[in-house]
Design a protein around this ligand. Structure first.
Ligand code: AMP
Length: 441
């Protein structure tokens, strides 16, 4: 089957390689030339990933039978809709269904309208004075968010990035006045405290089929310091849940995602594709921080290498609207993924610097390598302003997976930065103790 993958990051590299593993002839549309995808693909087109017309025309010309969209932006721009119009199947949501991610106000309103538990107090404002009143009413314990997409970098949280009520109000003003995220409007949410986890699921429009839970690390620096980034790395546990959570927590989160999908269907926005819930596990259970309309990046790299079932068939089932006959199984193993980023990433990244990647060395350590935003010239790899590549170790225990990842990372050299603490025992124990403390154990 000819399958087209849209996007050129590490998430799309793992999507493409899993599709190929399971028998697909992979085609790609990406704005940058990802060296990993380049090798997998039968053919590729370097083009704007948001250009639905051009992508639909390319897909028709190449006889593409199924499309998988990696990033959220093309979904928001209606690339799925353009492909469906030409009669091409898509295993990703339409613009209307993807609004669950592209419009945070819509997501909160939908949860409220359908009485879905696990949301947080929130309100959206176009008027700074009203936003100020709401921030004061919540005593400054807030998260201030642009309504639209900011690549995970537009959110500021009290006590973290915002040191006072005044700073929260100031940032709300900035979001409204500058139109950060595409709208002159700001979402103010109650701040919730706990441990974050990601739950991704396959969805055929009706039912969801959850994958192992993952914990991402959004903060740039060790010990969760510094600014938010696209994600510095992530881990998962062989049990399918995380060391600080219970099976009940996992089931509650799964139920919330199912109810969101039900609500979308009732609104005439049937959801096909991977749905992603970012949850904060609080003392009172999981609360929704964000819902995304796609795989997470890095989280895709934790789950897809563990998928034992045929991914091409799953994508077809999602697109066709019926996964009920698909067996969906994952290997019971732990994974640790760490991103390599240019030094200065998130602030003033060193762009155009060569990184030496010994692919054979990484393979010999038993680790997986996924390329992200790099340029390849004459067989050499150069950094851009974004994340460069990710390395994934897999083993029964997290500790062993982490060692595989670290050993493999020795085969990457250059002016780069890595959060070495991800997946290490100390950090995981800290999470477990944090949760125990919050639950009063
Ligand atoms: P987002 O872009 O919505 O995923 O938010 C980025 C980060 O901000 C999340 O990973 C959380 O750590 C934090 N955050 C967002 N919303 C809240 C909230 N309501 N309470 C506490 N932390 C939050």
């Amino acid at each position: 089957m000819k399958v087209l993958v849209i996007g050129g990051g590490a998430r799309e590299h793992v999507i493409a390689s899993t599709l190929k593993r399971d028998g697909a002839a992979v085609y790609a549309v990406m704005k940058n030339l990802n060296p990993g995808i380049k090798r997998i693909a039968e053919e590729y087109l370097i083009h704007d990933e948001n250009d639905g017309e051009k992508i639909a025309e390319y897909a028709t010309r190449k006889g593409i039978e199924l499309v998988v969209i990696g990033p959220e932006a093309p979904e928001g721009k209606g690339v799925t809709n353009a492909l469906l119009k030409k009669g091409i199947k898509v295993a990703s949501p339409t613009k209307e269904a993807a609004e669950i991610e592209t419009n945070k106000e819509f997501m909160r309103n939908l949860m409220d309208k359908y009485g879905i538990k696990g949301s947080v107090k929130s309100r959206a404002f176009s008027d700074v004075e009203l936003a100020k009143e709401f921030i004061e009413m919540l005593d400054g314990n807030v998260a201030v968010k642009p309504i639209g997409l900011t690549g995970g970098k537009g959110v500021r949280v009290a006590g973290d990035h915002l040191k006072s009520i005044e700073e929260a109000i100031e940032y709300a003003r900035e979001v409204i006045e500058k139109g950060i995220g595409g709208a002159h409007r700001v979402l103010i949410e109650e701040k919730v405290v706990g441990e974050e986890f990601t739950l991704q699921a396959f969805c055929d429009g009706k039912a969801i089929y959850p994958m192992p839970a993952v914990q991402d690390h959004k903060r740039l620096l060790p010990d969760d310091k510094g600014p938010n980034t696209g994600g510095m790395g992530s881990y998962s546990h062989h049990s399918g849940i995380l060391p600080f959570m219970s099976m009940d927590d996992y089931e509650i989160a799964t139920n919330i995602l199912q109810k969101v999908v039900d609500a979308l269907r009732m609104e005439g926005r049937e959801y096909h594709g991977v749905i992603y819930g970012q949850f904060m596990l609080t003392a009172d259970g999981p609360r929704v921080i964000e819902i995304n309309a796609r795989f997470g990046d890095p989280e895709a790299m934790n789950v897809l290498p563990l998928l034992k079932s045929n991914f091409v068939e799953i994508c077809e089932g999602m697109a066709d609207g019926d996964l009920s006959n698909n067996q969906i199984d994952f290997d019971a193993k732990s994974t640790v993924c760490k991103y390599v980023v240019p030094n200065g990433y998130g602030i003033n990244p060193k762009e155009g610097i060569e990184i030496e990647v010994d692919e054979e060395g990484i393979k010999d350590e038993g680790a997986l390598l996924f390329y992200a935003s790099v340029n390849e010239k004459d067989g050499k790899i150069y950094t851009t302003r974004s994340r460069s590549l990710a390395v994934v170790g897999i083993a029964y225990e997290i500790e062993d997976a982490e060692k595989i990842t670290e050993n493999a990372l020795k085969h990457v050299k250059g002016d780069v930065f890595i959060r070495h603490d991800i997946g290490k025992k100390e950090l995981i124990e800290k999470r477990i103790n944090h949760m125990k403390m919050l639950r009063g154990e």
